[in-house]
Design a protein around this ligand. Structure first.
Ligand SMILES: Cc1ncc(COP(=O)(O)O)c(C=O)c1O
Length: 392
């Protein structure tokens, strides 16, 4: 592949804008020497929780730990059924399994890729204790529908908000709907560290206390171990970096939103060619962690594309446009998870989406011209005969 004309994401662009502040923050930690659970961790926990509209934040080593330990802190464990979508990153499923609970997968909506709440309702049994909505791609699952469902069946809501920092919908902010929520600070996330990092947020003081115990060898105080916890702390250096980046997050999210609007406009002529952008709910504060289009193949849709997704992907890559697939194989079909007993055909919408979705470049610092370049290469591919697509 040539040097990309448009990279999938370019984190260095973000950092260039705040380079001096970042360097001062890192140097500050180096000089203070409070490498484990230092001041920056406490400061960032408070500021991030506040940004989510909840009282408590507990920093952990990564988003997966925030799910696994967070569910445990919320009292979820063995014998409890937990509903989650099949269309998510595998970490959601790993987190549920690590909590000791039994995962119950459900299908997703074709238009958004988000969990299908009607399917979730049909999966509820007397053992169901919690639902884990994943605010996938940066768009929240409807808080009002979730709250109604949870109230009707006495379920706990635990949000996987790893892709949805500061997302909003129906007056709620991601992380503030349920008893607990998990965030990831993987470098390419909307708020990313320079390494791994994660955060659990909750409005409940007792749950927060339990989470602090779990992340620190099960110790509510030094050398007193009340349970088998683990070592999963947010690194002080990463917290200091995240603390510098947090005040810029709203602006970066707005940039992503503006780019998405530009894509939406530019892609309009391709809708008749079977290119269908994922739906953005009206009025939702989508933060576009990812910008997803569907390369629609035969089925329910009015328009179908003359190319399949993989051919289009190869054409884009060969012409300098880096793209991704989030995700190519749904959780229930992953080889390491066959023991759960799911089969091909169990979640037809998620399975079909996995063959049609394509993630286009989107990142703060990306230009409108780059959006147009992406759309132009896409257009080129769709209007040309297949044989001429990929240069020899
Ligand atoms: C939806 C979702 N859940 C959980 C995670 C896990 O986060 P981490 O990679 O920080 O463990 C991620 C990101 O990687 C994610 O995208």
């Amino acid at each position: 592949m040539k040097t990309p004309i448009v990279p999938f994401a370019d984190i260095t662009r973000q950092h260039e804008m705040i380079q001096t502040e970042l360097e001062a923050a890192v140097l500050g930690v180096m000089r203070r020497g409070d490498y484990i659970m230092g001041q920056a961790v406490q400061d960032f926990e408070a500021d991030f929780a506040n940004a989510c509209g909840v009282a408590h934040g507990v920093g952990v080593a990564c988003g997966t730990d925030a799910i696994a330990l967070g569910l445990q802190a919320c009292g979820i464990g063995q014998g409890d059924e937990v509903i989650l979508p099949a269309n998510t990153f595998i970490a959601t499923l790993i987190g549920v399994l690590r909590s000791g609970a039994t995962p119950i997968l459900v299908d997703c909506e074709a238009s958004t890729g988000l969990i299908d709440l009607a399917a979730a309702e049909r999966s509820i049994t007397p053992s169901t204790r919690a639902i884990v909505p994943v605010h996938l791609y940066g768009q929240m699952v409807s808080p009002t529908l979730l709250i109604n469902l949870a109230a009707t069946y006495d379920l706990l809501i635990f949000e996987d908000a790893a892709q949805a920092h500061l997302a909003e919908r129906e007056g709620y902010r991601a992380g503030s709907i349920g008893l607990g929520a998990a965030f990831s600070f993987y470098p390419s996330k909307n708020l990313g560290a320079m390494g791994d990092g994660g955060m659990f947020v909750t409005r409940d003081e007792g749950v927060a206390r339990q989470m602090r115990t779990l992340r620190n060898y099960g110790a509510p105080k030094k050398y007193l171990h009340t349970e088998i916890g683990t070592n999963s702390r947010l690194d002080t250096m990463q917290a200091a970096i995240l603390q510098v980046k947090l005040p810029h997050l709203s602006r970066w999210n707005q940039e992503r939103n503006a780019l998405a609007t530009h894509y939406q406009q530019a892609l309009k002529p391709l809708i008749r060619q079977g290119i269908s952008p994922m739906q953005n709910h009206v009025g939702s504060g989508h933060v576009y962690h990812l910008y997803i289009i569907r390369v629609v193949q035969s089925g329910e849709a009015n328009f179908t594309c003359n190319l399949d997704r993989d051919t289009l992907l190869a054409h884009l890559e060969a012409n300098g446009i880096q793209v991704g697939i989030h995700y190519p194989l749904p959780c229930h079909l992953q080889p390491g998870f066959q023991f759960l007993g799911y089969r091909q055909g169990d979640f037809p919408v998620a399975e079909k989406l996995a063959t049609e979705i394509l993630s286009l470049p989107i990142f703060p610092g990306m230009t409108r011209l780059q959006v147009e370049q992406v759309v132009s290469v896409l257009t080129d591919a769709i209007v040309q005969p297949v044989e001429r697509l990929i240069p020899a």
